[in-house]
Write a protein of this length. Structure first.
Length: 96
């Protein structure tokens, strides 16, 4: 399974970018994007930034990853999935 990380561009030379997420930094390719600026949030798979994220989507992905980490460590993860608590699961439109 491959997980995409919501990372923030710290610096870029137009070909690669130094990106950060939760204290981890890595240099990733930004060749699939059209000159993303410093401060932009990007979705990174296998050290390739594949698309830009808005702040809300980046936050939701980060919360899901942090919640998964908490659950795997036996910690309470409810705060990370507050939007899912107390409601029935919903199928995406294309699966209804």
């Amino acid at each position: 399974m491959c997980l995409g990380l919501p990372m923030t561009i710290v610096e870029t030379d137009g070909v690669t970018a130094l990106c950060s997420f939760d204290g981890e930094e890595r240099r990733v390719s930004v060749l699939l994007l059209s000159d993303p600026p410093v401060g932009a949030k990007v979705l990174v798979y296998l050290d390739n930034a594949v698309r830009l994220l808005d702040d809300e989507e980046a936050r939701l992905i980060a919360d899901a990853l942090r919640g998964l980490h908490a659950a795997m460590n036996g910690e309470n993860c409810d705060d990370f999935f507050a939007d899912l608590i107390g409601r029935e699961p919903q199928l995406p439109d294309h699966l209804r």
